[in-house]
Ligand binder design. Structure first.
Ligand code: FEO
Ligand code: CA
Ligand code: CA
Ligand code: CA
Length: 643
């Protein structure tokens, strides 16, 4: 059997940007002639690989004090000595009062709608009371990205693709209810975190929760369906991967691989066929849902996929509130959406479009954040400027606005209003000349320095390098740093039209993988592959979560930490190792850095793994219990800040 996750990536993450290489040939040519000089200029801390392998497991130039783990592939997870893992919430655990006990042999959609969804991803810890800095009580927002069909249900044929097409109607109900997100309340008693039972904040959001559509695409003819003639209400959200928060206390949860869910002959025949293709929607859906749920058939509801691929804003304090799809932020395969403040109070949201050769975006609100009247911020996300990044080979980048009527975004190119621009944000960005990237996942600002980090997870289809993505066949990915004017001072201009950029690290095994570059002291266990999410601790150190570590090399996904500046810059160290088949998502610290929450996604999802015979039964290790994606909390034995 093929690794179901890899299989999904093979089918869909082949990139849907038709001709990025041609457009950037000239940049690449100029770049190649000065490539060595550029790497030297942008990555001064990086040095040849020869010194690797000889590093102490702690100390040296790094400010991090934990003993790093050794790389391994195992059924269990592991954390650096002196730390403890608590398993907080697993797929199927009760979220709502009265939720039935999890029964993997008789799971129903009705039960799943009250239980923790599967494949947890983005985490946001929101202190309680609201607005406080509590590290002992808070809400945890959790994304539930997708379903690992073949290891969720008994009796399906082997092979991810076959299993996904063989689900029965009830199993499809379970899959829909296992998507979305959860809100749970956490309280810390001494060292132990516990989920507060019966919390008034507890909520499940699913693929059927009614949501309002706002912004430029609301009511657009291409947003209308047979059940929503107005084009303003949609059922649910799909494939929510990473996310962010806002300064006014809401959560942003971002739809990513929604294209997996849709299919039909119209993929090839409709007048929207080119747009479907640009978003990776094909005749054959990855999931078999349209057999029971007609809205996932393009032939029945040609506009339904236009209603997915958005950033969704949710008020975590009101479980009755209606989630809102904020279309001004553009439609693409969003990874996260994280904010930084411009000096004039406008709020800047950085976003990645996770597809090979797709782009890095930014949204700047038109109006400033109002810190004294939270209600005044309610619709800040409906009005502002969406831009896409064009990286230049001189180490600068420019943000290009996606504004109807400007440049090529006119009726001549079939853009008739801003709704068209946001619905087809990818095509608009193509026309503007955005820089095709190696799958932009998280884009996060280091609060200590104001520098912005772009996780570029990999791009095996890259044949033409550009300055910012300098490696062909980039199977291990890299991390790019964007440096806004004023970074390192109290006035960082995240709204500036121009910034500088540099390469923070090139992933892969030093000395083995061409182009791998870290701090010279990065050791045999500190190298990483496929950076995906990241978080910063209060000291400004980066904690990188990976998705796609080479199991064949005996490496599991994990968490790697490093200084971002100073003598220990890019000296990555392995802190946490996931169980086999899993990726690590959602790194999130409490305000005092004493707890690191992680979402461990798709454990046991690897080649040959089935419901009956999974590669691990993490975290329960009970006969008959499948592996379960789980939110964990890591604390230090001695207490105090991690790291
Ligand atoms: Fe869901 Fe881009 O990872
Ligand atoms: Ca991700
Ligand atoms: Ca993922
Ligand atoms: Ca990923």
């Amino acid at each position: 059997m093929i690794d179901p996750h890899a299989e999904v990536i093979e089918i869909e993450d082949t990139g849907s940007n038709p001709a990025p290489a041609e457009r950037f040939t000239s940049i690449a040519e100029r770049f190649l002639s000065r490539r060595g000089a550029l790497l030297a200029a942008t990555a001064l801390a990086l040095a040849p690989d020869a010194d690797a392998q000889t590093t102490p497991r702690r100390g040296g130039p790094s400010t991090l004090t934990f003993d790093e783990l050794q790389h391994q592939l195992a059924q269990e997870d592991a954390v650096a000595d002196g730390h403890r893992i608590q398993y907080l919430m697993r797929w199927g655990d009760a979220v709502l009062p009265g939720a039935p006990a999890f029964d993997p042999l008789a799971q129903t959609g009705a039960a799943q709608a009250q239980q923790f969804g599967t494949n947890c991803d983005f985490l946001a810890f929101i202190p309680l009371p609201a607005g406080s800095r509590s590290s002992a009580n808070g809400l945890l927002w959790v994304n539930h990205e997708y379903t690992s069909t073949q290891i969720m249900f008994p009796g399906l044929p082997p092979g991810g693709a076959a299993a996904r097409q063989a689900t029965n109607a009830e199993q499809v109900r379970v899959e829909l209810m296992a998507h979305g997100g959860s809100i749970i309340e956490l309280r810390r008693d001494g060292r132990d975190w516990r989920v507060v039972e019966g919390s008034r904040f507890a909520r499940r959001v699913t693929a059927e929760t009614p949501m309002r559509i706002s912004g430029p695409a609301a009511g657009h003819p291409r947003m209308r369906t047979s059940t929503d003639a107005a084009g303003t209400t949609v059922l649910g959200m799909l494939n929510n991967c990473a996310g962010g928060t806002t300064p006014w206390g809401t959560v942003l949860t971002c739809e990513e691989n929604f294209n997996f869910c849709f299919g039909g002959e119209a993929a090839d025949t409709s007048d929207q066929a080119a747009a479907y293709r640009r978003y990776g929607i094909r005749r054959q859906a990855i999931y078999g849902w349209s057999r029971f749920e007609p809205r996932f058939s393009l032939d029945r509801e040609p506009n339904e996929p236009n209603r997915f691929g958005w950033v969704v804003e949710i008020d975590p304090f009101d479980p009755t509130s209606t989630p809102i799809k904020r279309t001004a932020l553009g439609r693409f395969k969003h990874e996260g959406c994280t904010y930084a403040m411009a000096p004039d109070g406008r709020v800047v949201f950085y976003q990645g479009d996770d597809e090979m050769d797709d782009y890095v975006y930014r949204f700047v609100t038109a109006r400033p954040f109002n810190p004294t009247d939270m209600a005044a911020n309610r619709d800040l996300l409906d009005d502002g400027t969406l831009s896409v990044a064009q990286y230049r080979d001189d180490g600068t980048l420019r943000w290009l606005p996606l504004v109807f009527g400007q440049g090529p975004l006119t009726p001549a190119n079939n853009f008739h209003n801003q709704g068209d621009v946001v619905i087809e944000a990818r095509r608009a960005a193509d026309l503007l000349g955005a820089t095709p990237m190696d799958r932009p996942e998280d884009v996060e600002t280091n609060p200590a320095t104001g520098r912005v980090y772009v996780m570029l997870t990999n791009n095996a289809r890259r044949t033409t390098p550009n300055a910012t993505n300098p490696r062909i066949n980039n199977t291990h990915g890299h991390v790019v740093e964007m440096i806004p004017p004023g970074a390192g001072t109290a006035r960082v201009d995240h709204a500036a039209d121009e910034m500088r950029w540099s390469i923070f690290l090139m992933a892969g095994k030093p000395g083995i993988d061409a182009g791998a570059r870290y701090h010279r002291a990065t050791g045999a266990d500190g190298w990483l592959s496929c950076p995906d999410n990241c978080a910063f601790d209060s000291k400004g150190r980066i904690w990188i979560a990976t998705d796609g570590a080479p199991g064949a090399a005996g490496i599991a996904d994990g968490i790697y930490a490093a200084d971002t500046l100073g003598g220990g810059r890019a000296l990555t160290r392995l802190f946490y190792q996931a169980p086999v088949g899993a990726e690590v998502c959602g790194p999130c610290f409490t305000p005092d850095d004493s707890t690191l929450f992680l979402a461990i996604q798709h454990p046991g999802e690897n080649a040959g793994s089935t419901f009956a015979n999974p590669s691990t039964r993490w975290p329960d290790f009970q006969d008959g219990m499948p592996p379960r994606s789980t939110v964990i909390a890591i604390t230090k034995d001695a207490g105090g800040p991690i790291g």
